[in-house]
Write a protein that binds this ligand. Structure first.
Ligand code: DAH
Length: 339
């Protein structure tokens, strides 16, 4: 039995010596010290020994167990240390490595200019109004003093859904919707998409954006229109910009005008952006036609108002000297990231 124990001890030590990981170590523990392990089965055989030999054999067996346990513990400490070192080495963070750049998104140039325009008008006490893109013929035309067969309908190539429903060709119908619901004083702008059955080219798109404006109150005059739009032009294009109004015609305003700003590229000398004119047209405007007011239940004898409409794409193109409208809708990041 003594020899058996010596042999178990020697063999286990040898195996421990060559154990390379914690799992291997555990297998050795089970093989020698486990319930069905080599040492345990030797101890079981002790019952067969003569009683006087048992104490000595027991002591030997305990010694062997203690020696194996101690050796396992030592190896365990060694292997655990190695494992931890390897883990740490694998998780090393090189703080000198260059960081990964995250590309930040940006607002579309149209959104940026729209936000600026909104800020300017909100600063003057306007609020934002909205209307539907799919609009009744009544609001898009009739109520704006553009009856069926009116020549102005030809200039706005309309997408008809049916006889009475269109995709709005302008944001002006929002004026009517607001005046029907709200009594003066009214001060709103209404930005939104408009639709015209135009072929796509550098200056045309079947979908584009307008910003409508409407002010109605007692005693509103053309002077208020000019003052308000001048403040707007200076806020958007700079205090040095000059403004001029030219007579024009719109069915829903009387009198009507177009507003030009002096070219902010050449300052009025004439250049590529203003096509040599020194002026750039940016919006249409006028005093709300008495018929339009009356149609909305607002008494034109008591109230008056002015309205204006501008094209967001046009204003943005002129601001950044962009020469092709299609760029706004292609969403090529090489274009978009410049703004
Ligand atoms: N709705 C006009 C258009 O699409 C623009 C416009 C002109 C709007 C004069 C107005 C206005 O409110 O007073 O061409």
């Amino acid at each position: 039995m003594k020899e058996q124990l010596e042999q178990i001890k020697a063999q286990s030590m040898q195996e421990l010596e060559s154990a390379t990981d914690l799992q291997g170590l555990d297998e050795i523990r089970i093989k020698y010290l486990g319930k069905k392990g080599a040492l345990t089965s030797v101890l079981r055989g002790m019952g067969a020994l003569p009683p006087e030999e048992r104490p000595q054999a027991g002591a030997l067996a305990n010694q062997a167990r203690a020696a194996i346990e101690a050796a396992i513990e030592q190896k365990d400490a060694q292997l655990s240390g190695q494992a931890r070192k390897a883990q740490l080495a694998g998780e090393t963070l090189d703080v000198t490595m260059p960081g990964r750049r995250h590309k930040a998104g940006k607002l579309h140039p149209l959104t940026q200019v729209l936000d600026d325009v909104k800020d300017i008008f909100i600063g003057m006490g306007f609020s934002i109004a909205q209307g539907p893109d799919v609009e009744l013929d009544y609001y898009n035309f009739e109520a704006l003093n553009i009856p069926k067969n009116h020549p102005a309908r030809d200039t706005q190539d309309t997408f008809y859904i049916d006889e009475n429903v269109v995709l709005r060709t302008q944001t002006s119908p929002v004026q009517v919707r607001v005046m029907e619901k709200q009594k003066p004083p009214i001060r709103i702008i209404a930005p939104g998409m408009v639709y015209r059955s135009d072929a796509v080219d550098a200056t045309h798109s079947p979908v584009f954006h307008q910003i409508e404006g409407l002010v109605v109150d007692k005693g509103i005059t053309m002077g208020d229109l000019k003052g308000t739009l001048e403040v707007f032009a200076h806020a958007l294009y700079g205090a040095d910009v000059k403004v001029r109004f030219r007579p024009h015609h719109f069915p829903f305003t009387e009198p009507s005008a177009e507003m030009d700003v002096s070219c902010f590229v050449c300052g009025g000398e004439g250049c590529r952006v203003c096509k040599g004119e020194g002026w750039i047209e940016i919006l249409g405007a006028g005093m709300v036609h008495p018929k339009v007011l009356a149609g909305c239940g607002i008494d034109p004898e008591v109230y008056s108002g002015f309205a204006f409409g501008l094209g967001l794409e046009r204003v943005t193109m002129r601001r950044y000297d962009i020469d092709d409208l299609r760029l706004f809708f292609e969403n090529d990041v090489r274009f978009l990231k410049q703004f």
